[in-house]
Design a protein around this ligand. Structure first.
Ligand code: SAH
Length: 468
């Protein structure tokens, strides 16, 4: 198609659809435009930024007629900040969008039709949900310290210390750190020149315990780079719940936030929190689910879908620090967890110990290697008898499971497979394989772990097809 449009032209668009990144999609003269911050139902004026052969990108200039789902974002920098993508969309509409996305992928990629989508599990109050925040620290052109979040796709820092999806305590922590830095002339890190000291401030909070950890990530090898650090720790200790003040060393030129080593400035090297009645110790580097309220709902569903009676052998693949494994262990005979990151398995074993859980065993390695090897060795050691699992839970990263792993899972003939997914496109692909290999889809549910962002979590139950 030949377009008459030019860059910088203004167009009027009726937004009719939403893209996977949350951008609004509208057409002008049959030509498709993607517009960040525009939502379905809006009529807008947009300026063309980039043109491709069949589509283009445009910038929202003016909302001419707002969609019925448009709301005033709670955050004053919602548009600039890269953290949230759909804060201007009414929360009920966000939930409907997420549910629809999971359903569409299961239909389009999974080849399913005629299945029931159980209602999406949303939050009652979709704010102040994150238990972890990592604020980049920089300076403006006049040399003032700026703390906030990166703008989308850049390293420009948008000033924001009171993010409404983060813990309410974050603002006070950041003001204290900033005051300490100003008083002691401690410079923020400068990415371009690889100079300065403070790169990021990591804050973790315990949802049930109300404990707080503050960790300064510094461009230095020793804690002495933080002159008069006792001023910082004393000031932070005034806050209720302060449990841990730490420093993490990262002298690399890298986008990776945390370095390998951390040191305690005051308090403990971890905070504790609970999911259900399982206690977890969380250090600066630990992976821990960021939305504790929704995680409890998600794991409760995993437990329900697993249908445990106390006699089962369960595998939890991609187990991280063993959160799902330990949550299920009390209701199973034995749980095996598999995870690629060795430190996460250290955490998992430690968490099993502090909870006195003795029927969970953990393996370090790739799920697609550990499980097939276990299956093969089992047969060798048991005269050809095959290893069996009653329930297999998987919670893979976005790329989903490898087919060889899915095949071994099928070979182990579990009654139930519980699939927790952060990308419903790969979920749908894997469900298609499992349905072609003796499993039926029983339940699908989206769970909103990340309100105001486009990230969508879902949980699915498949059970072994019963032939008569
Ligand atoms: N179930 C956990 C973590 C899920 S996140 C929880 O709920 O907290 C996905 C996990 O898969 C991450 O911890 C990641 O390190 C791990 N992972 C990524 N690729 C893997 C692979 N090939 N084999 C095993 N684990 C893998």
């Amino acid at each position: 198609m030949k377009s008459e449009f030019k860059k910088d032209d203004c167009v009027t668009l009726h937004i009719e659809d939403i893209g996977t990144g949350g951008e609004g999609i509208g057409k002008a003269d049959g030509f498709t435009f993607f517009v960040k911050d525009a939502i379905v139902g809006d009529v807008i004026e947009a300026k063309i930024m980039k043109l491709k052969k069949n589509y283009g990108y445009a910038r929202l200039m003016k909302v001419l007629t707002p969609s019925k789902d448009r709301v005033e974002p709670k955050c004053p920098v919602a548009r600039q900040c890269g953290g949230c993508q759909i804060q201007e969309m009414r929360y009920e509409a966000q939930l409907a969008f997420k549910q629809k996305m999971v359903q569409n992928n299961l239909e389009r990629i999974g080849g399913l039709s005629d299945f029931e989508m159980y209602p999406v599990i949303g939050m009652e109050t979709p704010y102040a949900y994150r238990n972890k925040a990592q604020f980049p620290v920089g300076e403006d052109k006049d040399g003032n310290i700026v703390i906030g979040f990166y703008a989308g796709r850049t390293h420009h820092i948008v000033e924001q210390t009171d993010c409404c999806i983060g813990a309410p305590e974050n603002g006070e922590v950041l003001r204290k750190v900033k005051a300490y830095m100003q008083k002691n002339q401690i410079r923020p890190y400068n990415e371009e020149h690889h100079s300065g000291i403070v790169r990021h401030i990591l804050i973790r909070t315990g949802y049930h315990t109300k404990e707080i950890m503050v960790c300064l990530i510094v461009n230095a090898a020793k804690a002495s780079c933080l002159k008069n650090a006792e001023q910082l720790t004393e000031s932070l200790r005034e806050m209720d719940g302060m449990t841990s003040v730490m420093v993490n060393f990262n002298t690399e030129k890298t986008n990776v936030i945390l370095g390998k080593k951390s040191e305690v400035l005051w308090g403990q090297p971890y905070i504790e929190d609970f999911i259900g009645d399982v206690k977890y110790q969380i250090s600066p580097q630990s992976f821990f689910q960021v939305n504790p309220m929704q995680t409890e709902k998600l794991y409760a569903k995993a437990l329900e879908y697993a249908g445990l009676t106390g006699n089962e052998t369960v595998w939890d693949l991609y187990c991280g620090i063993g959160t799902i494994s330990l949550f299920l262990a009390k209701n199973a005979r034995k749980v095996y967890g598999v995870e690629i990151v060795p430190q996460a398995i250290d955490d998992a074993r430690n968490n099993a110990k502090i909870n006195e859980i003795e029927n969970a065993e953990f393996f370090v390695g790739k799920a697609e290697e550990v499980l097939p090897q276990y299956y093969e060795n089992y047969a060798k050691e048991h005269g050809g008898e095959t290893a069996h699992a009653d329930v297999i839970v998987v919670d893979p990263p976005r790329k989903g499971c490898e087919e060889s792993l899915l095949q071994t899972m099928v070979d182990m003939k579990p009654e139930r497979i519980v699939y927790v997914s952060c990308d419903s496109a790969t979920l749908a692909r894997d469900v298609k394989f499992l349905r072609g290999n003796g499993y039926e889809l029983q339940r699908v549910r989206a769970v909103d772990q990340f309100p105001h962002t486009v990230h969508t979590e879902s949980i699915v139950l498949l059970s072994k097809f019963k032939s008569n």
